[in-house]
Structure formats: structure tokens, C-alpha cells
Design a protein around this ligand. Structure first.
Ligand code: ADP
Ligand code: MG
Length: 465
């Protein structure tokens, strides 16, 4: 938008990128160029930042770690002024939103580009979490259908809707899908993890801006409150949410809540809230059966333009039974290894990957740690593995590195590999920085403590009221 100063330029951004590729082709070994750069695309060029699309996340990370400096220097020379580059995945997956919608997605920017809210605020909806990318099977068919209906006629039926189920079964995905659908039709949508609701409230009370807080939450058409179990026991938040709830509900605005267990099992949940929830529709998302797990794996490998052999998918579906996120994680590892070694996976290599993934007793898995940090800060785990240097992403990333070092047996190099192919010195730096901050910064200490507690909460154990 703002990159067209007067001297800019004889070259369009696309021409500049093509010229850069031409130069790099001369400078680099053919195998390197062909493997990593040949298939890249110019996705956007704005404000002096060239956004370059790579085929998959592995290629993106490789480019970011090894090529960023060279690409940036070459491009800067060709354009004739200082520019920056960033790499994103531009794989044009099947049944995903158009690539354009993915450009620049960063939950910290709250996806302003995709969701134009009438009142000008942005809501953090992940454009990847749509109904189209949600694979329907046994276990999630009913919640899927109900969510669709709610997104089409918000406030008309099933209000409030209470979705519950174990970790990694698609609750957040469905909330976002509802939000995206409703926002697309011009409705004012607000998605908020209950953690953030609490934080917002605390800040508002401190800053004496509770009036604005109330306006924000009570002016929406659709309120999506995620992980409401974390609001339980917090009296001020529950009180405030109760009033928010009533204001919205009496105006026929839609409320959708996600939780890791049914209302009656949430210890410390305000009785009035519990009865409000039970007065609406309470729906369980159950773990997928084998056929559903296979369908999910097939959809995900197709989306990544990878035809993983059927026996491999079956082995994964047999081994990872209760968590779609882990199912996806296992598939990602198999594909990453395939790309790195350029050898198709075998049952043996897959078995080794799966064995490596399963947490030793009582210890959180690396995936669980990453997810706990991501959930706490309300960011996308994929972004933490990516290249963003924004503080909203960089801090969670460093905390994840700290926790991975502290809570698992992984070496620095393994943590680096897990965190998006980063160098072990990067991990060392991140770990030590958090360790030092914990000595001096109470807020950081609290972040880390809270996340630690969360990670240890076994998802399967239900509290009983
Ligand atoms: P939860 O909020 O229940 O813990 P998420 O919604 O975060 O789970 O889902 C975890 C991951 O699994 C996300 O990447 C999500 O897109 C994916 N996922 C879950 N269920 C499905 C499904 N039925 N089809 C496709 N992807 C799914
Ligand atoms: Mg969730």
C-alpha cells in the first residue's frame, strides 16, 4: 500500500522478486536453489516487507533460518532501498480459505484483515479454523451440525450453546468457525479465551475503565468464550460474566462457551452460571473413532499436498487415539522427516516417531507444553514455531523453550528442532533469559507457574462437584 514512493521504482515487487531469484540462482548450488527457492512465490510486498510463500512449514523454517540474510541483502540491492523479508507457508491447501486470507495472519494482530467488525475492533479468529477444514465423523457430527446452525442463525436457537470435550478435540476450532461464519455475514463477533476475559477485567478495574470493558463485551452479536473452566473460582470474573451473559442473552445475542467438561463437573462454577448453561444446549465433542481419525489424517495430508502411504496413516490412527492435535502432530513429524531425509516413511521410522512422541509417565509431552503456553497467551502454536519476532510471539516462544528444557529430557538441540528448527544457541539464550527474568519479574514468574500447573492437569481426570 504505502510502498510507492516516487523513486520506487522501475521494478514492480514481482519483477524485483524475480530478479532476486535470478541472482540467487547464480550464487547458490543448483540443488539448494531447486530445493528451497525455485517454488517460492511473492505473496505480498507492503511497507518495505516482502512476504515470500514457501511450499510448507519445513521449507519456510529452512528459508528463514538459513537464507533470510542473503535474500534480504540481494533484494535490498535490487530494489535500491532497505527492505525486509519474511517467509510464510503458501501451500494452497485443499478446502482452506483462499491463500489471500492467510496472508499476514498473526493472532497478535487479531486477524483484522479477515474479519472486519462493524465497530472497527478486531477479533482474533484464526482463518484456518473454518467449518470447511473441520473433518466431520463419529464423535463430532452433532456439535458440528449445531455449531453450523448457530453460526447461521445466531441468537435464534440453542442459546447459549455449551460445547465440552477433552483436550485437542476441536472445541476452539468450532468456536472460530462459528465466529468466522457469523463475521462474514457482517455480525459483530468477539472470541475470547476466558483467561483473557479475566485479564481484561482486572486491567479495566485497575485503570478504572470498567465502563469501556462493559461496552466492549455487551455490544457484540456473538460472544465466543473459550476454556470457561478457567473462570471457575474467580469470583469477580464470574460475577462480571454473569451480567455480560444476561445483557447479551436478553437482547437475543448469541453466546457460545467451550469447556473441558460439562457444567455440572466444573468445580467452583457459579451456581447461577451453571443453571444458565444447563438451560441452553449442552453438547459433547467426543474423541474420534478409528474411521474418523483416518479421515482427519487423510484430509490433513492432502492439505499438505503429501500422499502419505495408507499403512502409515493407519499406524498413526491406531496409536494416537484421543487427541486430534496429537494426531496432527504425529503426521507433521512424519512429513517433516520425509522432507528432511528425502526418504518416504516406513512403518519402522513412523513407529520410532510415535514412540518418541508418547510422553513418559507423569511428564508432559513437548506438544502439551507448547500447547499450554499457546493457550495461556492466546496465540497459535504454529506461530510460535514460525519466524515472527513480535514480542507477543517471542515471549511465549522463549517461555516454551524454558519449559521444554525444564520439563522434558530433550537436549538443547532437540528443543531447537522441535521449536521450528532453531539453533541450540537460540534455545540456550531463550531459556536463560526466562530463568533470569523469573528472578526479577513477578509477572513472568506468574506466567510460568500458571502454565506449569495447567500442563500437569491431566485432561482425563474429571473434577466432581
Ligand atoms: P480443543 O480446543 O478442543 O483443545 P482445538 O480446537 O484446538 O482443540 O483442536 C486441536 C487441533 O486439532 C487444531 O489444530 C484443530 O484444527 C484440529 N482439529 C480438531 N478437530 C478437528 C477436526 N474434526 N477436523 C480437522 N481438524 C481438527
Ligand atoms: Mg481449545
Amino acid at each position: 500500500m504505502t510502498n510507492t514512493s516516487d523513486r520506487q521504482d522501475k521494478l514492480t515487487p514481482l519483477e524485483a522478486w524475480q530478479a532476486t531469484l535470478g541472482e540467487l540462482q547464480l550464487q547458490l548450488a543448483k540443488s539448494t536453489f531447486d530445493a528451497w527457492l525455485k517454488d517460492t512465490t511473492l505473496v505480498a510486498a507492503e511497507d518495505g516487507v516482502f512476504t515470500i510463500g514457501a511450499r510448507n512449514s519445513y521449507a519456510r523454517d529452512w528459508l528463514d533460518n538459513r537464507m533470510r540474510g542473503l535474500v534480504k541483502r540481494t533484494l535490498t540491492r535490487i530494489v535500491g532501498r532497505q527492505v525486509d523479508v519474511r517467509f510464510i507457508v503458501d501451500a494452497k491447501p485443499v478446502e482452506s480459505p483462499a491463500p489471500k486470507d492467510l496472508i499476514g495472519y498473526d493472532p497478535s494482530e487479531d486477524a483484522q484483515a479477515q474479519v472486519n467488525r462493524p465497530n472497527g475492533q478486531a477479533c482474533a479468529l484464526n482463518p484456518r479454523y473454518t467449518f470447511e477444514t473441520f473433518v466431520v465423523g463419529n464423535g463430532n457430527r452433532v456439535p458440528y451440525e449445531i455449531s453450523r446452525a448457530v453460526s447461521e442463525r445466531p441468537g435464534m436457537a440453542y442459546n447459549p450453546l455449551f460445547l465440552y470435550g477433552g483436550v485437542g478435540l476441536g472445541k476452539t476450532h468450532l468456536l472460530h468457525a462459528i465466529g468466522l461464519n457469523a463475521a462474514q455475514r457482517g455480525l459483530n463477533v468477539l472470541y475470547v479465551p476466558s483467561e483473557q476475559f479475566t485479564n481484561d477485567l482486572v486491567c479495566a478495574i485497575r485503570a478504572r475503565t470498567t465502563e469501556e470493558f462493559r461496552n466492549k463485551y455487551r455490544s457484540v452479536d456473538v460472544l465466543l468464550l473459550d476454556d470457561i473452566q478457567f473462570i471457575a473460582g474467580k469470583d469477580a470474573s464470574q460475577e462480571e460474566f454473569f451480567h455480560t451473559f444476561n445483557a447479551l442473552h436478553s437482547a437475543n445475542r448469541q453466546i457460545v462457551v467451550a469447556c473441558d467438561r460439562p457444567p455440572r463437573d466444573v468445580l467452583g462454577l457459579d451456581e447461577r452460571l451453571r443453571s444458565r448453561f444447563e438451560g441452553g444446549l449442552v453438547v459433547e465433542i467426543a474423541p474420534p473413532d478409528f474411521a474418523a481419525r483416518m479421515a482427519i489424517l487423510q484430509a490433513k495430508s492432502t492439505a499438505r499436498a503429501c500422499s502419505v502411504p495408507m499403512p502409515i496413516l493407519e499406524l498413526i490412527a491406531q496409536t494416537v487415539e484421543t487427541n486430534v492435535r496429537e494426531l496432527e502432530g504425529a503426521l507433521n513429524r512424519v512429513i517433516a522427516q520425509w522432507e528432511a531425509l528425502r526418504q518416504p516413511p516406513t512403518l519402522e521410522t513412523t513407529q520410532a516417531i510415535l514412540k518418541d512422541m508418547l510422553p513418559s509417565k507423569g511428564r508432559p509431552s513437548p506438544e502439551a507444553i507448547l500447547q499450554a503456553v499457546a493457550d495461556y497467551f492466546g496465540v497459535d502454536p504454529q506461530d510460535m514455531l514460525g519466524a515472527s519476532r513480535k514480542q507477543q510471539i517471542a515471549l511465549p516462544r522463549q517461555i516454551a523453550m524454558y519449559l521444554l528444557c525444564a520439563e522434558t529430557d530433550l537436549s538443547l538441540a532437540q528443543v531447537g528442532a522441535f521449536m521450528g528448527k532453531r539453533d541450540h544457541t537460540t534455545v540456550l539464550h531463550g531459556r536463560d533469559k526466562i530463568r533470569d527474568l523469573m528472578e526479577t519479574d513477578a509477572a513472568i514468574r506468574l506466567h510460568v507457574q500458571t502454565i506449569r500447573e495447567r500442563m500437569r492437569q491431566p485432561a482425563a481426570v474429571r473434577q466432581t462437584a
